[in-house]
Design a protein around this ligand. Structure first.
Ligand code: ZN
Length: 459
């Protein structure tokens, strides 16, 4: 008798009931608190000043309510004051096996030290998502990105090593070379950012190559909203590559925190390596199950630089019960990340998260993955214009209908009427790394205004 293959990488862990998962978290959090208190000068001092001691945590509720929050900007400041890593590190220099950095897209890059142990755990988080989608160690991975210092895709490499699959590194080649490599090497899985995968499809089209009939059976993405966040991106990738696309939500300095769901309408947290809860970003209180709140994380995957009750500023709609239907009991983020708690604008008196608008637009039939939200200021008021490229096969006579539908959906959900315009196919910028769908011109206008009034020194 043969044993049927499990749908899960770790069947036992991924189907535990909530009480058992929480009991495991509590044990691990207690150990982590003691570890950080003993090993990290930062945590010891910070907690003492806040009147906190690890012994005060007797339940998960205590953990959420009593352990002081941490934030990336504090770590950045400490690294600036005490380079290279600041007093937050909990291991000796000789134990650091890999130095990575965040992309620095929102300012100075954060330096991230990892021990060997950390890289193994971080890598394994990817595997839960790969396995759920149907990827197996017999598959072969093609990495289409320039490695650099960016932790995100290095961790995918650690995952492939742990998984035991074969890996091809495309490195920093041209998009056309990546297309030729895929045809020549015949990998079965493509790893890249979602927008770069779309770029590869465009380049292949221009070369007269149909990648839907290539060896690729899966594409897997991280770094920006992808197939589990945006249905237009999912459709475009699935059809373009003739493959199944997947998405992982990673946070460079934390872990490959949420490696996916096979039903692809959201992602599951990697609960063997992370504990998380949702917080009202204003009051600091926990929000209800299924309500939108900021994802606050604690990771067991970073022993070099522990991150405890760490604010991500990502707004999520999280469920601690199995609502998606895929069978996994791990915490589920419906729609992945819905917005940023530190990035909100006010339009006609209504608070709007541009990323939430982005998710709504993507679901409208006829909308291609190429669209932009242009933020501007008119007098004292913020304004948001939506520019959309229609899908190429949609007739011009139906364009206005697409724009009307976009405006209506946003009005229904967000409660504010925005302007949407359809632009010619191929006019919006394509990027190599992260798609920049939100264009904020307000800073520029502010500078121009100062310039006009003589208050701005040219630089
Ligand atoms: Zn699921």
């Amino acid at each position: 008798m043969s044993i049927p293959e499990s749908r899960y990488w770790n069947h036992w862990a991924e189907t535990l009931n909530r009480e058992a998962i929480d009991a495991l978290h509590f044990k691990r959090l207690k150990l982590l608190l003691d570890y950080a208190y003993t090993r990290s000068a930062f945590y010891r001092d910070y907690w003492k000043r806040a009147g906190f001691h690890p012994d005060m945590v007797r339940s998960l509720e205590d953990f959420k309510n009593r352990v002081p929050l941490t934030d990336k900007k504090d770590f950045l400041q400490l690294q600036e004051d005490f380079p290279p890593y600041g007093p937050t590190v909990a291991v000796g220099e000789q134990d650091i096996a890999h130095h990575a950095e965040t992309s620095g897209s929102t300012g100075l890059p954060l330096r991230i030290p990892f021990t060997d142990y950390d890289t193994e755990r971080y890598g394994e988080s990817w595997i839960y998502g790969w396995w759920a989608l149907g990827i197996r160690p017999q598959d072969s991975f093609y990495f289409a990105f320039n490695w650099g210092n960016y932790a995100g895709f290095w961790s995918a490499y650690w995952g492939v090593r742990r998984f035991g699959a074969k890996l091809y590194s495309g490195g920093g080649q041209t998009t056309e070379q990546h297309v030729r490599n895929i045809l020549r090497l015949k990998p079965t899985v493509l790893i890249s950012t979602p927008s770069y995968a779309l770029r590869i499809l465009e380049a292949a089209g221009q070369m007269g190559v149909d990648l839907a009939s290539s060896s690729l059976r899966f594409t897997y993405h991280a770094g920006e909203p992808g197939p589990c966040s945006l249905s237009s991106v999912r459709k475009k990738l699935d059809e373009g590559f003739g493959a199944i696309s997947g998405e992982l939500l990673g946070i460079a300095e934390v872990d490959a925190v949420a490696p996916g769901c096979r039903l692809r309408r959201g992602v599951h947290m990697s609960e063997m390596s992370n504990f998380s809860w949702s917080m009202d970003p204003v009051s600091g209180n926990e929000v209800g199950d299924g309500d939108i709140g900021e994802n606050v994380l604690t990771t067991y995957a970073n022993s070099a630089q522990p991150l405890i009750n760490y604010r991500t500023h990502d707004l999520v709609r999280a469920f601690n019960r199995p609502v998606c239907g895929c069978g996994s009991t791990w915490r589920y983020l419906d729609g992945v990340v819905l917005g940023r708690s530190d990035y909100m604008i006010t339009i006609k008196g209504t608070n709007v998260y541009p990323a939430a608008v982005e998710n709504l637009i993507s679901d409208v039939p006829g909308v291609s993955p190429h669209f932009q939200l242009v933020l501007s200021r008119e007098g004292a008021f913020d304004n948001l214009l939506i520019r959309i490229e229609p899908e190429a096969h949609w007739d011009v006579s139906r364009w206005q209908g697409i724009a009307d539908e976009v405006v209506q959906r946003i009005k229904d959900v967000v409660g504010v009427r925005l302007n949407a315009e359809i632009v010619e196919v191929g006019t919006l910028p394509r990027t190599e790394l992260k798609a920049k769908r939100i264009v904020d011109t307000r800073e520029l206008e502010f500078r121009r205004e100062l310039d006009r009034s003589g208050g701005w020194a040219h630089s």
